[in-house]
Ligand binder design. Structure first.
Ligand SMILES: NC(=O)c1ccc[n+]([C@@H]2O[C@H](COP(=O)([O-])OP(=O)(O)OC[C@H]3O[C@@H](n4cnc5c(N)ncnc54)[C@H](OP(=O)(O)O)[C@@H]3O)[C@@H](O)[C@H]2O)c1
Length: 266
């Protein structure tokens, strides 16, 4: 199936040691791509690299960089070109974090940090990888948005996260408009709530507020979706492979929702 074949392609997954980023990195590697994962902590990158090797037998590369820092992103791109063979075809932005606070008490410094990690870093990577993709006349950018870019949360807590994910959706569309003429697609994935390290403190807080244990809380969350279950990191991978592969070459500026149906009823 050439449409979904990534052999000969090179991919960089920012946030590639995180719950969703690691699953996507592994999926792209299994589909044939040479993959480099990047984030700020070398220990997590090494662990993710080892886990992917154990699961698949495939070696991925890694490069340490803070994606909110433009100079570090430029250096990471050069490092990735050296390690992967000179040319990158696919960029996945899977970095970011969520800190839930009521809007009336939101710590503004935390809000600024969320903007920096969840949206400014996406612009920085798109700018530099976009230049490289323009030179090549080909490229795929995949941004991790969220159902929270489209539907607000019932009740307080998500002002920072929803604002940044709405921004990811519009950045995706504008970049699609600007990069389309030189053969680069830019799309986003909008997952539903998924059990990853990012969500552990959120689950613990919400479960405590509801007076239940975390497992019961997660079951209750899943029950609200048409598919009657929560998503797992693996549920996002097929969408990422599709957006990285030739199958999506004429698709740009879209947000796809592997969300168990939440946005259908939201
Ligand atoms: N899990 C969910 O429920 C869910 C739902 C919808 C959308 N998403 C989105 O999916 C993406 C991945 O989420 P996740 O659940 O996989 O989170 P995660 O497990 O916490 O992983 C986040 C990753 O981002 C990296 N990161 C954070 N800040 C960074 C920075 N400034 N520069 C470079 N790397 C940075 C982290 O590594 P370091 O700390 O080592 O840098 C980590 O590898 C995020 O954009 C998130 O908003 C998640």
């Amino acid at each position: 199936m050439k449409l979904f074949d990534l052999n000969g392609k090179c991919a960089v997954v920012v946030g590639g040691a995180g719950g969703l980023g690691q699953a996507i990195a592994q999926g792209l590697a299994e589909a044939g791509a040479k993959v480099l994962i990047s984030s700020r902590k070398e220990d997590s990158l090494k662990k993710a690299k080892e886990e992917i090797k154990t699961e698949t037998g495939i070696d991925v590369f890694y490069s340490v960089a803070d994606a909110t820092n433009e100079a570090q992103v430029e250096a990471m791109l050069e490092d990735a070109k050296n390690k992967l063979g000179g040319r990158i075809d696919i960029l996945v932005n899977a970095q970011g974090f969520n800190k839930k606070q009521d809007a009336l008490d939101f710590d503004i410094e935390t809000f600024r940090q969320m903007l920096d990690a969840n949206i400014t870093s996406f612009m920085i990577t798109a700018k530099h990888f976009g230049r490289h993709f323009k030179e090549n006349g080909y490229g795929k950018i995949i941004n991790l948005s969220s159902v929270r870019g489209k539907i607000a949360t019932k009740g307080p807590g998500n002002a920072g996260y929803c604002a940044t994910k709405g921004a990811v959706d519009m950045l995706t569309k504008q970049l699609a408009s600007e990069f389309g003429p030189f053969g680069v697609t830019v799309n986003a994935i909008g997952p539903n709530i998924t059990a990853t390290p990012m969500m552990v403190p959120v689950f613990e807080k919400r479960a405590a507020e509801a007076g239940v244990d975390v497992e019961t809380y997660l079951k209750q969350q899943g029950a609200g979706n048409p598919m009657r279950k929560m998503g797992k990191p693996e549920d996002i991978v097929g969408t990422a492979i599709f957006l990285a592969a030739p199958a999506s070459d004429f698709m740009t500026g879209n947000i796809l929702y592997p969300d168990g149906g939440l946005t259908a009823i939201g």
